[in-house]
Design a protein around this ligand. Structure first.
Ligand code: GAL
Length: 137
């Protein structure tokens, strides 16, 4: 499996399923993002955008609909370390995405789009991927 970033792969989710990503944060990381997308293209709707920002010292969560970003959920911490490995797990329920970083629950994002619209996962930015697993649970 080629996990070169930018990475794009297929993803379909139902409640109880999770996506587990591990990798290493680049030494010079400014930002990276994990997008659960409704389609393969650069301008597809994004059901969940997870965007750790070292430059702003926070993580922004959002939805992109018809080319427009909606209201941001902002968690005012970056529980990642430049140059170090990380694990990010996104678990879907019917109502929300639970986001866990390195074993710690960091955010619950209430779903704004039907889960069945998600068809792809894209990872972009200053990060190296090592594993990407989709778990049925
Ligand atoms: C914008 C940024 C996008 C995306 C969005 C999330 O300011 O340019 O890449 O992160 O915020 O709300």
């Amino acid at each position: 499996m080629d996990l070169t970033v930018p990475y794009l792969g297929p993803l379909s989710l139902s409640p109880g399923m999770s996506v587990s990503i591990s990798g290493v944060i680049d030494n010079n990381c400014t930002r990276f993002a994990v997008n659960l997308q409704c389609g393969d293209s650069e301008d597809s709707d994004i059901a969940l955008h997870v965007n750790p920002r070292f430059d702003d010292n926070d993580i922004v969560f959002n939805t992109l609909r018809d080319g427009y970003w909606e209201e941001e959920d902002v968690v005012p911490e970056v529980p990642f370390t430049k140059g170090e490995s990380f694990q990010l797990i996104i678990t879907a329920s019917a109502e929300a995405f639970e986001i866990n970083v390195n074993g710690n629950q960091i955010h619950t994002f209430q779903q704004r789009m039907p889960l069945e619209r998600v068809s792809a996962i894209r990872v972009i930015g200053d990060v190296t991927l090592e594993t990407l697993n989709i778990n049925e649970n």
